[in-house]
Design a protein around this ligand. Structure first.
Ligand code: FMN
Length: 197
């Protein structure tokens, strides 16, 4: 069994849901995984206590969650010393047309933080219009109508490919098991391609 930290930054909760799903997938494989909101990192949390670290962030207005940038920057040395993975959540990853934009966000993040994760995944997010305030709902609906005219903005939409999330978690686990020279605790199957790079 290896210990995994999954640190995430979220605006409306979709990245938290994805982090929880990754924790579940790692747990099913027999590992000990803990999710931590980058906005509420316990003061005594030590990245050095974990065998491997995953970091996730959503995109809002072209930017990653600032607390995630801060977390990676503050822990860059510890991250460099262990297997790591990054996952990004955005609307750009929900369409083929947005793929270049999503890849650009990743590139900018890695450049800004100087971090070199071993695995990277990009997932489509969700838009829960029913949970937005009036102005935000109006603005986001306008953006979606322009960029994704086929999407019905009268109801909440989710674009996350949960199979791809599971595949990513298993791929990262298989990589960590190989790197640390440990067998999958439950003898679980090694990861599929998913959207990981
Ligand atoms: C106010 C707002 C701004 C957003 N800006 C972008 C953006 O610039 N680019 C993008 O690809 N997705 C954008 N999105 C889509 C989010 O990345 C997507 O909704 C994601 O699921 C949010 O994850 P979170 O709930 O973990 O914050 C935006 C969403 C909202 C609500």
């Amino acid at each position: 069994m290896s210990s995994f930290l999954v640190c995430y930054g979220t605006g409306e909760g979709q990245t938290a849901r994805i982090a929880d799903r990754i924790v579940d997938a790692l747990g099913e494989r027999g590992h000990d995984a803990t999710a931590v909101d980058a906005d509420e990192v316990p003061t005594d949390l030590d990245v050095g206590d974990y065998d491997a670290v995953l970091v996730g962030s959503s995109i809002h207005a072209g930017k990653h969650q600032s607390e995630v940038v801060d977390f990676v920057t503050a822990n860059r040395e510890a991250l460099a010393e262990r297997p790591t993975a990054f996952f990004q959540v955005s609307m750009s990853s929900a369409t083929e047309e947005g793929a270049a934009q999503a890849a650009g966000y990743v590139e900018e993040f890695l450049e800004d933080t100087g971090w070199h994760p071993d695995r990277i995944a990009q997932f489509g997010g969700a838009l829960r219009f029913s949970e937005f305030g009036f102005l935000k709902r109006l603005l986001v609906r306008q953006v979606v109508k322009r960029s994704m005219p086929d999407v019905d903005t009268s109801e909440d939409v989710e674009f996350t490919d949960w199979q791809a999330v599971d595949d990513f978690a298993n791929d990262v686990a298989a990589f960590v098991e190989g790197r640390l020279g440990v067998a999958a605790p439950d003898g679980g199957a090694s990861g599929a391609d998913g959207q990981s790079e």
